[in-house]
Write a protein that binds this ligand. Sequence first.
Ligand code: HEC
Ligand code: HEC
Ligand code: HEC
Ligand code: HEC
Ligand code: HEC
Ligand code: HEC
Ligand code: HEC
Ligand code: HEC
Length: 442
Amino acid sequence: MERYLIAVEGEAAGDDEEAAEPATTQYLVLPVEWNVIAGRWQPYTLAEDWPAPEYDWEDQCAACHVTGFSVDTGTWLENGVQCETCHGPGSAHLEAVRSRTATPAEQRASIVLSPDAAICGQCHSAGTAPDGHPYPTDYLAGDALLDSGYALVAPDDATHWWASGHASHPNMQFNEWLNSTHASALEGLRSSERAQDACLACHSADYAWSQVPAEAADEAEGEGAQPVTVAGAVYGVTCVSCHVIHQAPGEDDTVPVDFLLAGEPYALCVSCHQDTDVTGVIHAPVKEMYEGESIIEGIDGVPSAHFVAAGGPTCVTCHMPRVPVETATRGSHAFHPVMPGVAANIAALQDSCSICHADKVDAPSLQVLINDIQADTRARLEAARAALTEETPAWVEAALRFVEGDGSLGVHNYVYTDIVLDRVERELGLNDDAAAGAATGQ
Ligand code: HEC
Ligand code: HEC
Ligand code: HEC
Ligand code: HEC
Ligand code: HEC
Ligand code: HEC
Ligand code: HEC
Ligand code: HEC
């Protein structure tokens, strides 16, 4: 905060601390901000006039930028985002640790330690509390954020969303994430008859979570953490599936670091978006499709032009595009590309393709290209599925699953997709050439 923002002491701030008026305005946000990247001042406009209630730091801002904020008094315990915002009030924990009778398990249970995205969402969201404040007013880590009366901005609120479904306002990572299937990954898994505990490695933050205490506990007490089961897991792919909050175990893991990613971005995405032995059938093979790995016997893979090109896009370039929010941009957490056809109608938005291809192709043409690729792939998949018989060799089913499981309908790697479908069509006698060959008896 301090790095970006200057607040001035408001007139309401009296020297006499005894006469504590509730929610007094001690600080007002200035209508300018320092842009660290550009190295210059720029307007910070929250209302037409300054001062105005919108610039009231305690009322409008502090709750998400400090720890232990009280809406009633307008005061807080500590500057910045400190331990208790994520771990809950520490008093019970302190008591448990000091009492010599509490077991390590009881000590652990006395503090919130949860991969719940709502803990991050108490600040990384846009919404309104029942009393009108733009943040949840009496949420504590561990509570159910959305049951507290705090209402997220509506999905059709044009002051907070682009028509493309990406947020147009900062600190909306939770709102965006909630709309993605990452949030519902556990329900997605449970809907499958093949669901088993090993699937949780990619479908639930609880799984990764259970590994951390296991290591710590093994060393300290020889007491393993409870294994996480499909029935017992609570969360899908949450913020902490991708963001590490503390240093790795072994380092000083009580010091919060700069919210690092849990790996280099591409490696992070493909750690889950790749085929796995666990499922027995080809599952989520985006890595294999994008990199051109051979996973169907007898068909050689071809990497996508994007994967091999120097400066080509990675998953994050297309799926977490930097989208304008007020005077800045944010890497979107909707996890959907900004499609060229949609962006063509919204001047401020740059789509996920034009950032590189604008010099040669305009956005509408790029959309036509994508539509053609997807329509073609979809039609070929349907025709092939319809032609399957009892006698069809097993590799054909695997090949179709490969293309379907990639999910992009050819966009990730059209050349490879085309090769795979071509082989399938030959096998099923759907290919024009094969059909012609059969007709002439060759
Ligand atoms: C932004 C949220 C956040 C803040 C702030 C935060 N933590 Fe954490 N903490 C977490 C999460 C999430 C974990 C789970 C493990 C991980 O991702 O590293 C965790 C794990 C821990 C653990 C390891 C627990 C275990 O047994 O495995 C300790 C100890 C800890 N935090 C202490 C602290 C202390 C002390 C502070 C303040 C200096 C703090 N944390 C601040 C979110 C936070
Ligand atoms: C009490 C409010 C609060 C909570 C809770 C909180 N954050 Fe934040 N977070 C912030 C604020 C404020 C900033 C911006 C700080 C700045 O730019 O000076 C921020 C910044 C970040 C950043 C960007 C850091 C950077 O260096 O660019 C990430 C990533 C992040 N938070 C992730 C998380 C995750 C994950 C959680 C939950 C485990 C979480 N936050 C919980 C308030 C919060
Ligand atoms: C609902 C919680 C919430 C409220 C209310 C809130 N912020 Fe933030 N703010 C955040 C979070 C979370 C971040 C970091 C994530 C992001 O910027 O997308 C952030 C980031 C910032 C940043 C750094 C942005 C940058 O470009 O680096 C500034 C400056 C800031 N807030 C100022 C304010 C001011 C001024 C107000 C009141 C008018 C305010 N915030 C109200 C949660 C909030
Ligand atoms: C290596 C990581 C990983 C493992 C292990 C994994 N999944 Fe998935 N799963 C994914 C990813 C990534 C997606 C998203 C694919 C998409 O949206 O295109 C997904 C999507 C799904 C879906 C919804 C989409 C669909 O294909 O119908 C179901 C259901 C599912 N998985 C079930 C399972 C089951 C059952 C298991 C265990 C037998 C399992 N998964 C194991 C990564 C994994
Ligand atoms: C911890 C595992 C994991 C990681 C890491 C991960 N994903 Fe996913 N992702 C999943 C699962 C599981 C699903 C599908 C859930 C379902 O359909 O039930 C999914 C779904 C998706 C979807 C479909 C979204 C939608 O709303 O339909 C996209 C796109 C996606 N992920 C992109 C990414 C990108 C980009 C990254 C890297 C920044 C990433 N994922 C990292 C597990 C993961
Ligand atoms: C060149 C841009 C681009 C790159 C790079 C890219 N994708 Fe995609 N991806 C797309 C487009 C476009 C779609 C189709 C979206 C649609 O049909 O709405 C898609 C579809 C998907 C889907 C299924 C979509 C859904 O919503 O269910 C998943 C999952 C996915 N991509 C994950 C990834 C992962 C993981 C990577 C990195 C290995 C990656 N993508 C790389 C552009 C890209
Ligand atoms: C599937 C992986 C994934 C999940 C889940 C995820 N993030 Fe992120 N997050 C990323 C990646 C990758 C980046 C860096 C994007 C970039 O390079 O532009 C990022 C960046 C951020 C930033 C900095 C944004 C900016 O552009 O300045 C914030 C803040 C943040 N994440 C918060 C959150 C919060 C809060 C949640 C949960 C509600 C969350 N993330 C869930 C992968 C993820
Ligand atoms: C980060 C930059 C970048 C982004 C984003 C990007 N591309 Fe590309 N694209 C390239 C590069 C580099 C090449 C290879 C050199 C060339 O053919 O121009 C390429 C090649 C292509 C090709 C030729 C492929 C072939 O097989 O020869 C097509 C078609 C294409 N891109 C479409 C798209 C679409 C559609 C999107 C958005 C979904 C997109 N690109 C996003 C950089 C990008």
